[in-house]
Unconditional design. Structure first.
Lengths: 482, 411
């Protein structure tokens, strides 16, 4: 990169806001998906929206690709740097700007850690609902980019439900406000479009979040089954009974083995473990929990454990949330997938995964957000054994295709990023992808904001102008507009 | 056009097809999604301007059209395509009415948790295009939060799909949100898929009379800050009578009983009132009355509902004006003002807008006399994102054939 660019960037963010040394740049060469690595030309750490705006304006002027980065915990390579591009780290935009308890709103900068929002409002009896497993380190900006979910979005919705407004720097350097603190701002719901756009439409610099009142009681039940199919039948039974739990999670034997090895959650040894959490008014939760146990009973559950204290509940969740990392204890390498299937397809998809796994000769551990059909199959392999990595990648891909064939999606919460862009064509037809590109062209006609991600190919934005064209009848003098 | 669609799908428009006084030449009623897409493409190639119509219940929302050669109706696209009850999703054609779907869902003890205006006639195409929401929003969000997939006919004839049939899905841009509330200016919606909720086993509504709007607003905030989990929470205020607050609690019997005890503790110094009829249809009742009248949608913060109501009261204090507000605890309020002549409505609107803008809120005029509508900006300011919105419109509808001039800033 031209040294002139470095000095301009330095002038904007200061000496301590610019990283250019090869050793330090290595820190930013990947995100949570470590098998893709690109060293960027520079990393900037702006401290204000104004600085972000100046950096992006410079990129626009000089046609430099940029990638925004939060905490770098993403699992699809969304924050993977671009060759010869720069990374804009939002880590220093980490202030909680406003807490408005009566209106249940919080305004934050993008570098604020997800869990800090809840910590801030917990004394007033509130929480921030989206809870990705990485919530103790992941940032709100990253959550906005990925439309992050988490175990509790079954009941409370995803990030998009909880982001009411954004301040964002568009790829041409202009600053816009999308949505707002109030509902239904007149105009297109561009806030809704921006959330989940994986950094391809610009850089969020502020977010207006909705917070939720903490429920009166929370109860967490573990139910042990012999198979994941039995546990899956219980999930369907619970939903069919008209019960909407705060979360329903499932783990298979292999995933539990890993979780046990890592955090000693004390899970019963079984083939399929269900974790059901109900929250709400005490009287209601008590009665519905009784019904949940009945359903589980009728589906073959042979052991129940109801968390008796907040500490016990936390241990149960710790095991679940640590499951990905814990797999590292039983396998040197693994690939996490994020496919979604209609809940009813679970038994069929599970047996298909077992078949594919035995064909490939690789183990697959399964952790699901079972309530909404979001699977997290973990394909275990050993990079040192020749051919295993390729086989694991193929198996992971086959599982994604399987999800789409079952009527689902290639990603429920991790995003498409770099990793799954080839699979977008499995899920969507060409005209669908072209239509999404129309949005891209409106926001980023030069294609400099996180280019090369999400979509299988880059489309050039044709200049299209909405010019008024007179109607033939008008020209003929037969009709007129009024 | 006759070459594009089979016989009987295009006819001359009648005066009842007019939109805000603009009379189209033709009414197009395609028999299926592909026919609709072809008709839209044909119109685009020939520079024919279109307005999409479902049940026609909210057709006058928006700026009067700058041009409408033809109305394209989804009347024949009225099917419920799928109710995947075990997965709790449903897919409908755009012309399906809200009631038609709900009747299907109730057979399995489910519902789409939204209560928009005129559900017997309102279609999903129109509901999504206007993002109309009712009293259930406090708990379930608006249709924007419930839509999980969409198919749209674009001006070039593309039938574009986004989202899918699973509730959790982040693959690709969220075009269903872009289309929600876009007033049919980016494409004609042909299908949509929604997530469903179980029907509540029981439901109970409590109403309270309050001394003034400030007291009503305090009660609403206290309920929001409590352990109660209402599925409806609104205040009703009208000229000449004290405000009322309604709260609806759904769930199982034991839960409702426990919550009603908590509610009693919160309302010890508030008078419980017995209302006749369904208080939750009060918003829809605002569409009945004498003309000239104006109906507006106010958006403020929940804590500002009393200030917003006070502004309406102050600016409509003339005895020639009658007003009524139904405000949801989400901060969305619907106001109806009746006057003896247009000028009074115009004057009141300007004053109310100034007061609401000072609170950081917005006022969108939904209906008012056609003459007045030509003189005002029904949407109000859209801020610094207007240029971006224009660019979005240009990408999707470069020739500007869809609902020309009806959306924000003349889009």
């Amino acid at each position: 990169m031209n040294p002139r660019i470095f000095s301009e960037l330095r002038a904007i963010v200061g000496q301590r806001g610019l990283i250019t040394s090869p050793e330090e740049l290595r820190t930013y060469e990947c995100d949570g998906l470590t098998n893709f690595r690109v060293v960027p030309s520079a990393v900037v750490l702006p401290e204000s929206a104004e600085q972000v705006q100046k950096v992006v304006s410079l990129c626009h002027r000089e046609h430099i690709a940029f990638v925004a980065r939060g905490s770098g915990t993403g699992l699809s390579g969304g924050a993977l740097p671009v060759e010869s591009g720069i990374v804009i780290s939002l880590a220093r935009l980490n202030r909680i700007l406003e807490v408005d308890i009566p209106n249940q709103r919080v305004m934050v900068e993008p570098g604020v850690i997800n869990a800090f929002v809840t910590q801030e409002v917990a004394p007033s009896g509130y929480f921030y609902a989206p809870d990705p497993s990485s919530q103790s380190v992941c940032s709100i900006g990253g959550n906005v980019a990925e439309n992050s979910g988490g175990a509790h979005c079954l009941k409370y919705g995803f990030t998009t439900t909880h982001v009411l407004g954004l301040e964002a720097v568009l790829p041409d350097g202009s600053l816009v406000h999308l949505g707002g603190k109030n509902l239904d701002a007149p105009g297109y719901d561009l806030c809704g479009v921006f959330v989940g756009s994986e950094g391809t439409l610009g850089v969020a610099t502020k977010a207006n979040l909705r917070i939720v009142k903490k429920p009166e009681v929370v109860q967490t039940l573990l139910a042990a089954f012999n198979t994941t199919n039995e546990a899956g039948a219980a999930v369907s039974g619970i939903i069919a009974a008209g019960i909407l739990p705060a979360a329903i999670e499932m783990m298979d034997a292999l995933a539990m083995e890993a979780a046990e090895a890592a955090v000693h959650a004390g899970y019963p040894k079984c083939g399929g473990l269900l974790l059901v959490e109900l929250d709400g008014p005490a009287a209601e939760v008590a009665e519905l929990m009784r019904q949940v146990r009945e359903v589980c009973d009728s589906c073959g559950a042979w052991e129940f454990r109801l968390a008796q204290s907040e500490e016990e509940r936390m241990v149960i969740w710790k095991g679940r949330k640590a499951a990905f990392a814990a797999v590292g204890r039983i396998s040197p390498n693994y690939i996490v997938q994020d496919g979604v299937i209609p809940r009813t397809a679970l038994p069929q998809v599970m047996s298909e995964i077992v078949r594919l796994s035995s064909e490939a000769g690789l183990r697959v551990a399964n952790v699901f957000h079972a309530g909404d059909g979001n699977l997290h199959p973990l394909v275990l392999y050993d990079r040192r054994i020749e051919g295993q990595e390729k086989a694991a990648e193929k198996l992971a891909g086959d599982i994604l295709t399987l999800c789409v064939t079952a009527g689902g999606s290639i990603t429920g919460e991790h995003g498409v990023g770099e990793e799954k862009k080839a699979f977008m064509s499995v899920m969507f037809a060409e005209p669908d992808l072209d239509t999404m590109q129309l949005v891209r062209c409106a926001f980023d006609p030069d294609g400099i904001s996180n280019p090369g991600k999400v979509f299988p190919r880059t489309r050039l934005c044709a200049e299209k102008q909405g010019v008024y064209e007179p109607h033939p009848l008008e020209v003929a003098g037969v009709a007129q507009y009024f | 056009m006759d070459a594009v669609l089979a016989e009987g799908q295009v006819r001359d428009a009648s005066p009842t097809d007019a939109i805000d006084g603009a009379l189209p030449l033709k009414l197009i009623e395609p028999a299926d999604e592909q026919g609709l897409a072809k008709a839209v493409a044909w119109a685009n190639e020939n520079g024919i301007t279109l307005a999409a119509r479902g049940g026609g219940t909210k057709l006058s929302w928006g700026t009067p059209p700058r041009s409408v050669d033809a109305v394209i109706s989804t009347k024949r696209l009225g099917r419920v395509l799928e109710h995947a009850w075990a997965d709790m999703t449903a897919t409908v054609e755009a012309g399906c009415t809200v009631s038609r779907l709900q009747e299907e869902l109730v057979k399995r003890g489910q519902r789409l948790a939204i209560d928009p205006l005129f559900p017997e006639r309102a279609t999903f195409g129109g509901l999504v295009a206007t993002n109309d929401s009712g009293t259930l929003r406090i708990r379930y969000g608006s249709i924007r939060d419930l839509i999980i997939g969409i198919t749209v006919a674009l001006p070039d004839g593309t039938l574009a799909r986004s989202g899918g049939k699973v509730v959790k899905n982040v693959a690709g841009y969220d075009l269903q949100k872009l289309m929600t509330g876009a007033l049919g200016t980016l494409g004609v919606i042909t299908q949509a898929t929604f997530r469903l909720h179980p029907l509540p086993r029981e439901s109970q509504t409590f109403s309270f009379g309050c001394t003034d709007s400030a007291a009503a607003n305090r009660l609403i905030l206290a309920i929001m800050d409590s352990m109660l989990v209402p599925t409806g929470l609104q205040m009703r205020v009208r000229a000449g009578s004290g405000p009322a607050v309604d709260i609806r609690i759904d769930g199982i019997h034991a839960g409702i009983e426990a919550q009603s005890e908590q509610l009693q503790k919160l309302t010890t110094d508030t008078r419980r009132i017995e209302e006749e009829g369904d208080v939750w249809s009060e918003r829809q009742q605002l569409w009945q009355g004498t003309d000239p009248s104006l109906i507006g949608k106010i958006s403020v913060l929940p804590s500002q509902l009393a200030s917003a109501t006070a502004a309406v009261e102050r600016l409509c204090s003339s005895p020639q004006l009658k007003w009524s507000v139904v405000a949801q605890s989400t901060g969305l309020a619907t106001v109806r003002i009746e006057a003896s002549e247009h000028g009074q409505l115009h004057f009141a609107l300007n004053g109310i807008r100034a007061a609401i803008h000072a609170l950081g809120g917005t006022v969108v005029v939904l209906t008012c006399p056609a003459e007045m509508k030509k003189q005002i900006d029904v949407w109000g300011p859209t801020g610094d994102a207007q240029q971006l919105m224009v660019r979005v419109k240009q990408q999707f509808d470069p020739r500007g054939i869809l609902n020309r001039g009806r959306f924000v800033g003349g889009i």
